[in-house]
Write a protein that binds this ligand. Structure first.
Ligand SMILES: [Zn+2]
Length: 47
């Protein structure tokens, strides 16, 4: 499952309304659920 920050275009591991793998809170409106490939390279998001 992936979640996208529509302000930066970056795709993180996680889901809308929770937290990204790297620790961002995704409850804000600029986070949307996504099926895109994860582009974040921080620990917790990258595989
Ligand atoms: Zn991330």
């Amino acid at each position: 499952m992936a979640v996208k920050n529509t302000e930066t275009g970056e795709v993180h591991k996680g889901y809308k309304g929770g937290e990204t793998g790297c620790g961002f809170d995704t409850s804000a409106s600029h986070w949307v659920s996504s099926n895109e490939r994860i582009t974040c390279d921080k620990d917790g998001c990258k595989n």
